[in-house]
Design a protein around this ligand. Structure first.
Ligand SMILES: [Zn+2]
Length: 294
């Protein structure tokens, strides 16, 4: 369970959401047997999704898809306002040499696009916006998205640390958003404060609480905590029928080939690694549904 804490600045120019997401990221990393590079990189994306979901409304959710050409392949995380979070990457065991003593997150992500998928209840199709990957360090990229797509200037600081065998020791993040009417120069002050601080993971492992880190970033700006509890945890909503439904996406030809093989297929949920057995009768049912639809 990870709790998102929220603050406002006294002058209402800033809105802050922060979370220590260690529990969620550690569990996802374990379930998917991620190496340290994947844990730290996906950890940032998952934490970003949790923070952005916490700023949404009841029953809304967000998916963040980094589609880059880096060592991890595609990276995806989603979180709902109701407190569910999950994620995956294509190559969880990918490894890269350290760069100046640090994990090379930028090369793990690579160049490409970020697709942000916002879903609301009662809307038929989700709203998707895409921006190009900037630094690949995730935080900067999400700040770029918030500015480009939602016209919200922000600071997004994300990070974590693992031990030598890749177990997640700490993970967390902060999003500081400028509210309408705030002087844009505030961003420069905040950027300076963040760049002069240690990396996020080091602050957490140094024993600072999330609230301490936020206060550290905000310097002299007076904060008011919003004591609304908002908890998130790793949960996967997969089921046999959802897995079967996802097979409609592969198309008729691929389904026909599977049916011709006349065997039971093992399909693993990419989020939680749960194994589903789909037999040929189920496949025929999915195939028949495709005929009805088209
Ligand atoms: Zn699942």
């Amino acid at each position: 369970m990870s709790q998102v804490v929220k603050f406002y600045s006294e002058d209402l120019y800033l809105r802050v959401s922060a979370v220590k997401s260690t529990d969620i990221v550690r569990e996802i990393s374990k379930v998917q047997k991620m190496g340290p590079l994947a844990s730290l990189t996906c950890g940032r994306v998952i934490t970003g999704a949790v923070l952005m979901a916490a700023n949404m409304r009841d029953r809304q959710s967000i998916g963040i898809h980094f589609k880059g050409d880096g060592a991890l392949g595609s990276i995806y995380a989603e979180a709902s306002f109701d407190g569910e979070a999950r994620g995956w990457c294509d190559i969880p065991s990918a490894d890269l040499p350290l760069k100046s003593g640090h994990f090379d997150i930028a090369s793990a992500v690579g160049q490409g696009f970020i697709h942000i998928i916002r879903s609301q209840p009662f809307e038929k199709a989700p709203h998707v916006s895409s921006v190009s990957i900037q630094s690949g360090l995730i935080g900067d990229d999400l700040a770029y998205y918030l500015h480009q797509s939602l016209q919200v200037p922000s600071i997004v600081a994300l990070g974590g640390i693992t031990n030598e065998i890749g177990e997640v020791l700490e993970c967390g993040g902060v999003i500081i958003e400028l509210m309408p009417g705030a002087p844009e120069s505030l961003i420069d002050t905040l950027e300076k404060n963040v760049s002069q601080s240690k990396p996020f993971g080091s602050l957490l492992s140094g024993g600072l609480s999330i609230a301490d880190i936020v206060k550290n970033y905000l310097g002299n700006i007076k904060l008011i905590e919003n004591f609304h509890e908002h908890e998130f945890s790793f949960r996967c909503k997969c089921s046999e029928s959802r897995v079967a439904r996802s097979l409609t996406m592969i198309g008729r030809e691929a389904l026909d080939e599977m049916i011709d093989e006349n065997k039971t297929f093992e399909i693993t949920c990419e989020f939680c690694s749960k194994l589903y057995l789909i037999d040929v009768e189920t496949l025929k049912g999915i195939r028949a549904e495709l005929n009805v639809v088209n």
